[in-house]
Design a protein. Sequence first.
Length: 223
Amino acid sequence: VLLPLLGRRRFTGLFDAPDVAAQRAHFDRHLDRPWLRAVFRLAFHPRVYARRGLDPTGLSQRSAGGSLGDQFFARFRDLCTATPARDNHLLQLAILGRTLSEHATPAYLTRDGFRCARERLDRLTFVEADLVDHVAAAPLGSFTAAHLSNVVDWLPPERFYALLRNLAARPERPLRLVWRFIHVDRPLPADLADVVHVDRGFGEQLRTTDRFPIYGIVPALIG
């Protein structure tokens, strides 16, 4: 929708910029328009977004304060300006529908990456289940790492904390985990504070190099 409204040239200027400072200047000069902010406020209005964008449960944990459209416009600016556009395959795919070069292609889409994935297919297992219940039923030592995406935006606090407690009860060795959030960043309850060791500083460091900086990042270690 945005390409015909703004023109492809306004976007391709991001990929011609020599560094992120030039990308920010280009975005502010050519892409930050009052009418575009208004489009975001309309498209991401909770009533519209919950019907056309995602399941309403995805907004269930968000507080009512602030404009969701303004929030997503700020994240859109981050996506366009936080990392070098010529190296960011996610930005290129989102805007252009393709990557600009083999250099920008992620490892899993390269020939070597595809070959590696094909050779290890027998090590991949897909499970469709309630996440909290699945972890609770898993045998001791089932997990050495867990990426929880932005489950905090979807789960009420008691379910999210139950998930963490179930993970904390099952490591045979230190378990690395990370979760992300768009709308809500949950503090740990007292009984988990000494068990789940969150590294907020590392999370901020990761976000500065994230190719898709829509989420906050919370890395942690159990054990």
